[in-house]
Design a protein around this ligand. Structure first.
Ligand code: ASP
Length: 346
């Protein structure tokens, strides 16, 4: 299927949801898309692994907690979960077996942001990013400096590499090549089935119409040490404009950086696009601008996934992915649920 929302996903999203009646189709640039005509906040949306994050964020916002503090507190649950191997504790390490984490936050009411990149041994990089925002005149701290800042603020240094993640990493090393001295028990025939990406993003809107966003990740599994993805880059992995909305990204960070993904989505919403239309517009741009052969299944069709999430100031939200099969999490007055992401390609 060409560059448009896959019809199957469109139908699933429109009619498959228990909230089907609340969805109103709209038409944009030859593409049929859907967006919920939302009630105002509290509402939180996130990547599919973030249902517990959105649930907690909305609970906290109902209790009067600041919108960004609520969102960060939500993703802290995922950071601490060793079973999520894409975020925080238990995240898959870099190619040397060291877990390096990235995170960014942005607070709509003050238009301030904070970020950390390549931070080691600190379980909650999203909270450290919040401290950078609150307690410094900077936006981003990296590597050793970020770690020292976190320790100075009382964050404990911990080993973030779980046994499960270490075993996956060592299997990856063993199965990489038959031209080195690493041999797996299966004599190199073993190809671990590993999803190399993953991240949690959460965008939140409170009852006063204030917005906040956070993205936190262990980045690409087995990355070159020091590699930084989109997640800690304000405007790429996450962006908030309190007049317009909040957006975030998961998936191949390099492509999100090259399109200033989240800032572009917020800019598109400022121009009047529905959240889902805005996500699709930037996905199309990524597809059009991807030229490297190793990233293409065929011309114009990337072989990697990117998923965008957008929450507008009026409570409308949307999410879309390059390739099918993704879901996103929503918590609002109707409850907590996962919804299907329409995809650009089938
Ligand atoms: N966006 C993350 C990164 O590039 C990874 C992912 O979400 O899959 O670091």
């Amino acid at each position: 299927m060409s560059q448009r929302v896959s019809r199957r996903n469109f139908l699933r999203t429109t009619f498959g949801s228990a909230l089907g009646a609340a969805f109103a189709p709209s038409v944009a640039a030859g593409t049929r898309v859907v967006s919920r005509s939302g009630a105002a906040g509290p509402i939180a949306i996130s990547s599919g692994n973030g249902l517990r994050a959105t649930t907690r964020a909305v609970q906290l916002m109902r209790d009067g907690t600041d919108v960004l503090v609520s969102a960060v507190s939500g993703v802290n649950i995922i950071e601490a979960d060793p079973e999520d191997m894409t975020v925080g504790y238990g995240g898959l390490p870099n190619e040397e077996g060291i877990v390096e984490l990235d995170a960014s936050v942005m607070h709509g009411p003050t238009h301030r942001a904070g970020a950390v990149a390549g931070i080691r041994e600190i379980m909650h990089p999203a909270t450290v990013a919040l401290r950078v925002m609150e307690s410094t005149d900077h936006v981003m701290l990296v590597g050793e400096g970020a770690q020292r800042f976190a320790v100075a603020h009382g964050f404990p240094r911990e080993n973030l590499l779980t046994e499960k993640a270490r075993k996956v990493w060592i299997r990856w090393k063993e199965s990489r090549s038959d031209r080195d001295d690493w041999i797996s028990p299966e004599e190199s025939g073993f190809a671990p089935l590993i999803e190399k990406g993953g991240t949690v993003h959460c965008s939140a809107l409170d009852a006063s119409g204030d917005l906040g966003g956070v993205t936190t990740t262990s980045g690409l599994a087995f990355k070159i040490p020091g590699r930084v993805g989109d997640s800690p880059i304000v405007g790429a992995g996450m962006f908030v404009d309190n007049e317009v909305g909040s957006a975030g990204a998961t998936g191949r960070g390099e492509s999100v950086i090259l399109t200033a993904g989240s800032a572009s989505i917020v800019a598109a919403m400022r121009r009047g696009l529905e959240p889902l239309e805005a996500c699709l517009e930037v996905l199309r741009r990524i597809a059009r601008s991807t030229r490297s052969k190793h990233l293409l299944e065929k011309p114009g069709r990337p072989n990697f996934n990117v998923t965008f999430y957008a929450l507008r100031k009026d409570g409308q939200y949307g999410s879309a992915s390059m390739l099918p099969g993704k879901q996103f999490a929503v918590s609002d007055a109707s409850g907590n649920r996962l919804e299907d992401c329409p995809s650009l390609f089938e």
